[in-house]
Design a protein around this ligand. Structure first.
Ligand code: FAD
Length: 292
């Protein structure tokens, strides 16, 4: 198995920022993941997995860890009855395509979540009233001490959250879906995509929602919009002029630019609304927001 050194992670994040990973490998089977976890343990190196990087902010100075990118068998999709079996590295779009062809509905909510199944389980990704917790039967998770199947309850799935920690690798997931005619699935996906296009920036380098929605009558986006932050720019990063809970890489942004924008947004939301915004985007490497 090849382990590469100092692989730039900016090409593995949808924002297009971030420094190098100390080590990087692309396992395509569970035994290869076991081997890599052993390899990292022998060197005292932390392990993290990258999906499609659509919810990742990676430190500019890089990550002192072995990064895994699941491919091959660990990104494949099959189904049996109304259960879809997907590798942790399978893109949601591929899973949805497979489910539609198999006449299985229930995963339509994921049509606009540009990530993988592993990232979806980690984040309990969701949209339009659906989420992974609602369809996930169980996930096979590998650690340096072995692997086992975990239920949604054991994974601790709540709003955009799981109890998974780096070093735990989602190898596979089983999704229980429901029979639905492919044409109906297609029509719903078309409608959801149109809604998404009308409300959020598309064809921009972003990492999705920056902050989780707070316990407040206003969503994070509406709150930041009311703070006058739409279009606000620091360095090459800007708050989307279309939706204030998105940060775009407008022109050669760095992670430091995006982090500075996040700190400013949090500060203003706290000042104006007393809200403590919690970031939804995952940090990788030495990144921290200042205290309020
Ligand atoms: C334009 C846009 C729109 C979006 N809309 C939505 C939305 O509507 N709803 C929503 O919930 N999210 C949304 N997102 C955010 C993002 O797509 C989701 O959080 C997605 O589930 C992340 O998946 P990923 O594979 O890209 O994970 P990554 O961003 O690569 O990683 C996210 C976290 O998961 C971990 N991880 C990834 N794969 C594995 C694995 N196999 N095993 C263990 N850990 C793993 C990573 O280490 C990291 O901590 C959006 C993002 C963009 C860019």
């Amino acid at each position: 198995m090849t382990v590469d050194e100092h692989v730039e992670l900016s090409s593995y994040t949808t924002l297009g920022t971030g420094g190098p990973a100390r080590a990087f490998a692309r396992p395509n089977s569970a035994p290869e993941v076991d081997e890599l976890l052993r390899w990292a343990r022998e060197r005292g190196l932390a392990v993290a997995t990258v999906g499609l990087g659509s919810n990742l902010l990676v430190a500019d100075e890089g990550v002192d860890a072995l990064l895994l990118k699941l491919v091959g068998e660990l990104a494949s999709v099959s189904s049996d009855g109304d259960v879809v079996r997907a590798g942790g590295g399978a893109a949601n779009a591929v899973v949805l395509h497979h489910a539609r062809n198999a006449g299985l509905g229930g995963f339509e909510f994921a049509c606009a979540i540009p990530g993988t199944v592993g990232g979806g389980v980690w984040m309990n990704g969701g949209a339009y009233g659906g989420d992974f917790a609602g369809v996930l039967e169980r996930a096979l998770v590998a650690t340096k001490d072995g692997s086992g199947w975990l239920s949604p309850t054991e994974l601790g799935l709540t709003y955009r959250h799981s109890e998974l920690r780096h070093g735990q690798v989602v190898l596979r997931a089983e999704l229980r879906l429901k029979p639905r005619p492919p044409d109906e699935i297609k029509a719903e996906v078309r409608e959801l995509n149109a809604r998404r296009k009308a409300a959020q920036p598309t064809n921009r380098r972003t990492f999705g929602s920056v902050f989780k929605n707070p316990q407040h009558e206003l969503s994070a986006g509406r709150m930041l919009e009311a703070c006058g932050l739409k279009g606000h720019r620091i360095g090459g990063a800007q708050i989307s002029p279309k939706h204030a809970n998105f940060i775009e890489n407008a022109d050669g942004a760095t992670t430091a630019d995006a982090l500075a924008l996040m700190a400013e947004a949090r500060r203003r939301a706290h000042e104006q609304f007393g809200a403590l915004l919690e970031h939804e985007v995952e940090f990788l490497g030495p990144l921290e927001l200042p205290d309020l």
